[in-house]
Design a protein. Structure first.
Length: 342
């Protein structure tokens, strides 16, 4: 199997029908906030324990195709001594790794950010591949209001995403390309559509310039949504129709799949929007998910550091995974949500 064939096969496995990706790649600072919010002290062991609790959930592999890990986690072992990548692979889940070093203020552009982490990336990717990682993730953050983002911000982030993606493919690793137009703000769904279109156009132009093989990557974008504090929110059907209409214009058919981010949506809305898009269909790519909070928040609250509640936490995670697995077929409903929760 050639290098591109291997990348393509991995990408297809990541967006296999009925399955999607668990984003468990929160930085230690972010994970600390989430653990402390449920009364759990954040230590290397508690972070490891919660993540192992999720990926070892019985039946999780039916709906979870891959897991994005953080640098700390990929170097850890499960309770029985297996490296995390080995644990995931044995369960039929593709191991992945977050490789960016975070969004930093963009020089000369107040209120905007650029994601860093290209220095030394080639060597880090080689190390992660040896550990067992077969895909990676890099997130660009695009702030939005009536003026932002600037073309400058979009272009520098698109360039960084493309540089990262090219280095990943050189290392035999599938890049998840994540340009996130943030939900934060009062912007309308029309404004979100305008900015998302401009961002994706720039990203795919940069990917082609950097000779990235589209068959060996996954796109992880935002859905087209009104700002969180906007006075008017689009319906589930409108979000699905606008998102797919826009993506048909700008995402090449060669891309194997689109794994949407949840971006701060509620668990239920993230599932409902994905389901509505799959119900509409008529697109050349798999429409999947790569969710963090929308998969983890409920089980984390159920667990709250109590060993006796671990079965409840795993049940909550299995429930959310199954809801999104059904959404992959356009079969998620409120009735299903309630029946699975029972």
């Amino acid at each position: 199997m050639s290098g591109l064939e291997a990348l393509h096969a991995t990408a297809l496995a990541m967006v296999a029908p009925g399955r999607g990706i668990l984003a468990a790649d929160e930085s230690n600072a972010t994970m600390t906030k989430r653990l402390e919010a449920v009364g759990v002290e954040s230590t290397e062991e508690t972070r490891r324990h919660f993540r192992e609790l999720l990926v070892s959930t019985p039946g999780a592999e039916e709906h979870i195709s891959g897991v994005i890990l953080y640098d700390e986690t990929i170097r850890q072992q499960s309770a029985d001594g297996r490296p995390f990548c080995e644990l995931l692979s044995e369960r039929g889940m593709v191991p992945g790794i977050k490789v960016d070093t975070g969004a930093k203020p963009l020089a000369g552009a107040e209120g905007e950010k650029v994601t860093e982490g290209l220095d030394g990336l080639r060597e880090r990717l080689e190390e992660y591949y040896e550990m067992g990682a077969r895909f990676a993730k890099w997130r660009a953050v695009i702030a939005i209001d009536d003026v932002l983002p600037s073309t400058y911000c979009i272009d520098v982030n698109a360039h960084a995403l493309a540089r990262y993606a090219a280095l990943c493919q050189e290392a035999g690793i599938v890049p998840i390309v994540e340009p996130e137009v943030l939900m934060d703000g009062t912007h309308s769904i029309d404004r979100a559509e305008e900015v998302t279109l401009a961002t994706l156009r720039a990203v795919f132009a940069a990917l082609l310039d950097q000779r990235v093989a589209l068959e060996g990557m996954i796109l992880k974008p935002n859905m087209v949504l009104s700002g969180t504090d906007a006075p008017q929110q689009g319906s589930i059907e409108e979000v699905a129709e606008r998102t797919l209409t826009l993506f048909r214009q700008v995402v090449p058919a060669a891309v194997p799949g689109i794994a949407f981010l949840s971006g701060g949506q509620s668990d239920e809305l993230a599932s409902a929007h994905l389901s509505a898009m799959n119900a509409l269909g008529n697109v050349p790519w798999e429409l999947s998910f790569s969710y963090g909070r929308a998969l983890q928040a409920t089980p984390l609250e159920a667990w709250s550091g109590d060993e006796a509640k671990e079965p409840d936490a795993q049940k909550a995670f299995a429930h959310r995974a199954r809801c999104n697995g059904e959404a992959r077929y356009g079969r998620y409903t409120e009735e299903l949500e309630q029946s699975l929760a029972a």
